[in-house]
Design a protein around this ligand. Structure first.
Ligand code: 5RP
Length: 236
């Protein structure tokens, strides 16, 4: 049965093979759509087999390794000779201007670092992720240094925001990210200026990253549809 996430993943795979014919350095985001992308990688293809991969989460690293692919430690990103040529990730919301909300999987800080450092950033989404205005469906996640949590939540309250400290199942207490941080989901409602909100949240000490990915971190969005087709939207 056609699958919109798989359609987007196939679109990204075609671009990836074209860009990385003899292998390159690839950043890989997190989430269910990214898992489809990892599934469609043909490990017999030189572009795939000869590439080196950065993972934005332990989850993604496990999936890449299970396909026999070589995963670099994220500390290698600080070596300017080992920056990713291409980055592939999902998103929770995509606006008409190509601003994004990300972080549904709690990997926002590493995702932002990878997106910032990569030469070509490709996001794969199903059509349900397209919104007129950001903040319509998803809260904005903040990755927060644990001991600053009371400071961050007090600041959000004084700004008038509803929020929830993210918790999971299988363990009591807050979700702890792969960087040892907490995630606070902020219910912003429609976001008129993503740039202003990004600056506002980042002005709170203890916020390590927000899930607002401004369009400057986006080169291409591939939107998949249920009938198996996809369209490529390029930032102009
Ligand atoms: C993880 C993310 C994901 O890319 C985002 O939540 C989309 O996930 P999915 O593809 O499962 O819908 O930002 O932090």
């Amino acid at each position: 049965m056609p699958d919109a996430k798989m359609a987007a993943a196939m679109g990204a795979y075609r671009i990836f093979v074209e860009l990385c014919r003899d292998g390159c350095i690839v950043g890989i985001g997190s989430g269910s759509t990214v898992k489809r992308f990892i599934e469609v990688l043909d490990v017999g293809e030189p572009a795939v087999a000869r590439s080196l991969y950065y993972a934005t989460s332990v989850d993604t690293a496990i999936h890449l390794s299970s396909r026999g692919l070589r995963v670099l430690d994220v500390s290698m990103l600080m070596n300017e000779k080992l920056l990713p040529d291409v980055y592939v990730d999902g998103a929770d919301e995509v606006s008409r201007e190509l601003n994004l909300i990300k972080g549904g999987g709690g990997a926002l800080l590493r995702e932002k670092v990878l997106a910032y450092l990569s030469r070509r950033r490709i996001y794969i989404v199903d059509a349900s992720k397209l919104v007129d205005v950001l903040g319509t469906r998803f809260p904005v996640p903040l990755e927060v240094v644990p001991y600053t949590l009371p400071l961050v939540t007090r600041s959000l309250e004084s700004m008038g925001y509803m929020y929830r400290v993210r918790s999971g199942s299988g363990k009591l207490g807050p979700v702890v990210t792969d960087n040892g941080n907490y995630v606070v989901d902020v219910y912003t409602g429609p976001i008129r200026s993503p740039e202003t909100l990004e600056s506002k949240f980042m002005s709170i000490p203890g916020v390590a990253a927000t899930g607002i990915f401004l369009r400057t971190l986006v080169d291409t969005v591939i939107v998949g549809f249920e009938d198996g087709s996809y369209k490529e939207v390029v930032r102009t």
